[in-house]
Structures are given as C-alpha cells and as structure tokens.
Design a protein around this ligand. Structure first.
Ligand SMILES: *Cc1c(COP(=O)(O)O)cnc(C)c1O
Length: 233
C-alpha cells in the first residue's frame, strides 16, 4: 500500500533527521512517480504528498493535463532541447540543467510564457561514464554567472545522482562534494540554497550530508515496470 509506504518512509526520514540533529521541516520529499499512473499519484496525494517528480517530459505533460497544478511538479530527467517546452509549462522546478545550451533554451521558453523558471544545476559527482551532469566546477561557476544575465531563470541549487554502488563511502563522497560546491558558490555570492540528493537506496546518507530535497520513487510506489509505455499511464 502506498499510504503504508509513505508512513514508513516518513518515519525513517524523521528518525535520520533526529539522529543527525536536523529538522525534517528543512527537507522536501519529492515522490518520483515516473512509470506510475494517475491513481498512484492520487493515493500519494491523499497521504499528504504534494511534490512529484517525473523524468520524461511527455509523461509529465500527460499527468499535468490530468492532475494540473494541485500538486507541485519537478522535472528530474535528462532534458532534450525539443522537449523543454513541456517541462517549462508543467514543472515548477527543473533539476537537470547540465549545459549552457539547455539553460538558454529553458530561459527562452520561460520568457515566451511569462514565467520565471526555478532550476537546479545537475552536477556529475562520480566517475561513472553513464552519469549525466556538469563535469567540472569551473563549468558550474560559468553557468551560475551566465544565469545572472537571464531574466526568466532563477537558480535555486544543485542536484546530483550518486554512483551506483554498495560502497557507502563513495556515495557519501559524492554527496559531500555537492555540499562543498554549494558552499563555494555561496561564498562567491550565489544564493544556491537547495541540495537535491538522495533516492530510495541512499536517502539516509543524503540527509546526513545535508540534502534539502529527496527524490524517492520505489520506496513509495514499489518496483517500476520499465516496459510500460508512458502513453498507457
Ligand atoms: C527514478 C529517479 C529517482 C528515484 O529513484 P528510486 O530509486 O526509485 O527512489 C530519483 N532521481 C532521479 C533522477 C530518477 O530518475
């Protein structure tokens, strides 16, 4: 049951917060509903969840059409330029800005609908080849500087995906890297508040390392059926 899962998860989050002296009020839980249908989202909503994350732009658009902005949508996936319009129309937050090109396109589409788009920069914090994200600190600083010139962009923080490993030390290293990078940015005058990090397998470490936004899917909705077509949801 989704409601039981949420209850259990929230207890675990609260416990971890207590153990490391943080307030769970400083944490936003985003329920990652990709591959799950409207009914599952409604159930989570009834259990008090109001932030949802999607990683495919058209799937987000379809769900947005049905549920609208009675919940807050987060776009967390790789974003192709030709899909930016969906993400900007539906998502209050886009977590996955990883290039200047993409940032400019988001600014353009946001401008065309008169919106200030809140975004996070996705940073690569592990050596895995498959992981997306900005690869160097210099590039993060360059994008931060460029975004000052863009009237329809507000950068609110950084996002990362930890390496796929059982090695807790490597996961922790990836999260602390992101936190330290945010400190450097803050010292340089950028007001980046949010750290979007932590999924089902590593959210406890993420909380300990200062996460402010958790993106959790399977602990809430169960196993995903990756064969499922987004048009069928
Ligand atoms: C799917 C996904 C998540 C959630 O993953 P779970 O392991 O199911 O919690 C978080 N972040 C991103 C970017 C995702 O694509």
């Amino acid at each position: 049951m989704i409601s039981d899962n949420i209850k259990r998860l929230q207890e675990q989050i609260n416990k971890t917060c207590e153990e490391c002296g943080r307030s769970s009020n400083d944490l936003t839980l985003v329920a990652v509903s990709k591959f799950f249908g409207i009914e599952s989202i409604q159930q989570a909503k009834e259990s008090g969840i109001n932030n949802f994350g999607e990683n495919r732009a058209q799937e987000l658009a379809l769900k947005f059409e049905k549920i609208g902005d009675s919940v807050i949508w987060h776009f967390i996936g790789t974003l192709q330029k030709n899909k930016v319009k969906y993400a900007v129309r539906c998502a209050k937050f886009i977590h996955s800005i990883d290039s200047l090109d993409l940032l400019l396109e988001v600014n353009k589409k946001a401008e065309s609908i008169g919106k200030i788009q809140k975004v996070l920069f996705e940073v690569k914090t592990s050596y895995e080849d498959t992981k997306s994200g900005i690869e160097s600190e210099e590039e993060v600083f360059r994008l931060a500087e460029e975004s000052k010139k863009l009237n329809n962009i507000e950068v609110i923080g950084l996002m990362t995906i930890s390496p796929l490993t059982e090695d807790e030390k490597l996961i922790r290293k990836s999260f602390s890297y992101l936190r330290n990078l945010r400190e450097k940015l803050i010292k340089s005058g950028y007001t980046f508040r949010e750290l979007s990090m932590g999924m089902t397998s590593d959210f406890k470490i993420a909380i300990e390392e200062g996460s402010t936004i958790l993106r959790i899917g399977s602990a809430i909705f169960g196993q995903r059926d990756y064969k499922k077509d987004w048009r069928q949801i």
